[in-house]
Every structure is written in structure tokens, then in C-alpha cells.
Design a binder for this molecule. Sequence first.
Ligand SMILES: Cc1cc2nc3c(=O)[nH]c(=O)nc-3n(C[C@H](O)[C@H](O)[C@H](O)COP(=O)(O)OP(=O)(O)OC[C@H]3O[C@@H](n4cnc5c(N)ncnc54)[C@H](O)[C@@H]3O)c2cc1C
Length: 407
Amino acid sequence: MTTDQQDTDTAALDTDVLVVGAGPTGLMLAAELRLGGAEVVVVDQRPGPTTESRASTLHARTMEILDSRGLLDGLGTPPCEPRGHFGGVPLDLTLPGPYPGQWKVAQTRTEELLERRAADLGADLWRRHQLLSLTVRDGADGAPEGVEAETIGPYGPVRVRARHLVGCDGEDSTVRRLVRAPFPGQDARRELLRADVSGVSVADRRFQRLRHGLAIAATRDGVTRVMVHEFGRPVTERGGGEPDFAEVTDVWKRVTGEDISHGTPLWVNAFGDANRQLARYRHGRVLFAGDAAHRQMPSGGQALNLGLQDAFNLGWKLAAVVRGSAPEDLLDTYDTERRTVGRQVLANIRAQVELLLGGPEVEPARALLTELLAVDGVRRHLAGMISGLGIRYDVGGGAAGPDAPVD
Ligand SMILES: Cc1cc2nc3c(=O)[nH]c(=O)nc-3n(C[C@H](O)[C@H](O)[C@H](O)COP(=O)(O)OP(=O)(O)OC[C@H]3O[C@@H](n4cnc5c(N)ncnc54)[C@H](O)[C@@H]3O)c2cc1C
């Protein structure tokens, strides 16, 4: 990486790959790029890693990936739960392999681990730097081909020139907007309200279907996470903001009959059933991974896992391309492989959302699925989807293989 002073106000630096976003996807990608010998700069507008209690599940395929990078020791011994679900219908996720089941790891912990690894491998992480604009240079004007990004940081604007840029900037991706990447799909129509609450005593329930809605509750270390959906209730427009605790307690009361309004809310949010996917993950020298490439309800804990696996697939390929040891079109295999997996995951999530948030009209479908899951082949098929162990990439000649990690 080189730096210079372009004009009096703007610092500039050159690198192989600029990663926008230091969430789990961007951090995983940065480390994989370094492992493959590429220079990488990561910019993130936030001052530090998320402190929000977001994803809490690592699936078997992700565990295998982390193991292949020697990262599991850093997670200690996380609790493992073989029981998963498909749209709230119990599903045993156990499949042959070293890490059957789902592993309970807070997203904050996963990010901490990935950030340390990216830094140890020499990735350059610039926090408090927001991407504002980008220009893709095709070399026609004699300037080197690549991407030029304008960011603003605490010390002013910084221009980053890179050979490739990867948008790992989450569901409201700025990169997606700047390159006007088509992002077809549907907006949210329904939502689950969620709150972490202290000072309440609520019985644990997994996916309790009551007359008026769905209720979920689990208490750990004195904090109760409640999730609730009232059947037929559409998404509430809040101008991008989070729901009030009062909204959660009102809906909880209507669905369960219980009053939790005396509790102390530690974190309140709502997540909807929006379901969108980029038409292409590669736009020339600009690529996308993680939530920037696909928006989905995190049903079955698949969202974070999908992003980490995108990064794992892309990292070694992009490193090989920037080092000149592979042609540019290797990147098209990232697009086809991960877009196919993403499409399958988004489809299973849409089916799950119907089963989960639908009212009494979905009971026959739920009963039938319960019956079908007693057939082991059906159970294994769905467990393969959720855990990621069912993923097979077409590697030509009728063969199928997993990712090809860098040694
Ligand atoms: C409230 C909430 C609850 C969730 N719960 C679950 C769950 O229970 N289970 C599950 O599997 N998943 C859950 N998810 C989803 C999971 O957190 C995401 O799938 C995961 O974080 C995606 O990782 P990412 O790295 O792709 O994107 P993100 O984690 O969103 O990271 C994107 C990063 O890009 C940065 N960024 C954005 N724009 C710019 C810009 N212009 N310039 C610089 N930086 C920028 C952001 O600051 C952020 O750090 C939840 C998500 C949210 C928001």
C-alpha cells in the first residue's frame, strides 16, 4: 500500500482491494485476501465493532471454515444445540461431519475474533471512514484501471485507489446505490418485534403459536429475549427507526396475555421479511458480499453464515486475480456459485416466513411438514440447507466440490 498527498486537503492511498464495511463479512474477506497475498484496506463508518446483540448462531459449514483457518480455539467451547427449526417446525440439524448442530456464539464475539485475525494478517482497518462516492476507471483515459473511492474520516477526506472494491457494507449498502446495482425482490410486509428485557419473569417458549400470534422467549443470565408477531399485523412504518418498547409490550400482551411493561428494555428492534438479492454479485471491478448482496429475514440463523461463506469463496479468488495468478473471469465463478446458494437460501427463508408468520391458514402445511420431517431423507435435505453442509458447487465435468481454500 502506498500513500501520497493529492492536494492540500485530500490524502490518497493505493491498495489492491478496498473493502467497504468491517462487519463479519468484510473482516472475514480482509483476512482471506491477506492470506492470499493481496494488500487490503477496510473502511467502516462506525467507530468500533457492533455492540448489538444480533446473530447468535454459527452453523456446521461455518464452523468447518473457521476450523480450516485455526480460529476455533478463539471461540472457547460454545454451546451446541442440535435442534434447529424450519419455519418454527422442529428440525434436527445433525448431519455427518466434525461440527454437527448449531453453535451459539454472539455476533460481537465472532466479529472480535475476525477483526483480530484480519489485523494479525496485516489488513489495514480504517474506522470512522465513510464511503461517499466511487469512480470506476476503465483505463480509456490512460489512467490505471481500477476503482477510486472518496471517503470522509475524522481528519478529512481520503481518496483510496484500488484495483478492486468489495461492498460488504450491509443491507443498506452505499456501494449498491452508487453503482446502481439492480436489487430485485420484495419489501417487508410482516415483521417480528424483538426486545432484550431485564426484570421480567417469562416462561421460556420456542415457537409458541397462540390464537392471535407467535411468541418466543428465552432467558439467559437474567436477560429475557422476547420475540412476537401478531397474525395479520403489517409492518409498521417508523422512518427507519426502531420500535418503542411500549409497542413490543402491547403486542406481547395481545398475543400472550402477559404484561412485561415493568421490565427494563436493553435493546429493542424489529426485523421484517424483506427478501432481495442482487441480480449480479460482480459489476466488473466492484463486487458484493454479505448483506449488501442479499437481504433476508435471519430465519434459522442463516444471514450471518451466508455472508461469511460469501467471503470465504471470494477471498482466495480475488487475491489470485490481483496477484496475477488467475484471470479476471475467475471472479465470475464467485458470482455464479454464491448467487446460486443465496437464491436457494432466500427461497427457503421465504418458505419459512410463511410457516412462521402465517396464521391458522398455514396449520395444514405445518402439519404436513412435521409428518414429512419424520422421513430421514427430507430431514437431511433441509438440515443440509440450513447448516450449509448441502452446498455443492459445479466445478465442471459433472463434478461438484466445496470451496478451494488457500494453503
Ligand atoms: C438488528 C439485527 C438483528 C439481527 N439478528 C440476526 C440473527 O438473530 N441471526 C442472524 O443470522 N442474523 C441476524 N442479523 C443479521 C446479521 O447481523 C447480518 O447478516 C450480518 O451482520 C451481516 O454481516 P455483513 O458484514 O454483511 O453486514 P453488517 O454486519 O451490516 O456490516 C456492514 C458494515 O458496513 C458499514 N458501512 C455501511 N455503509 C458504509 C459506508 N457508506 N461507509 C463505510 N462503512 C459503511 C457498517 O458500519 C457496518 O459495520 C441481524 C441483523 C440486525 C441488524
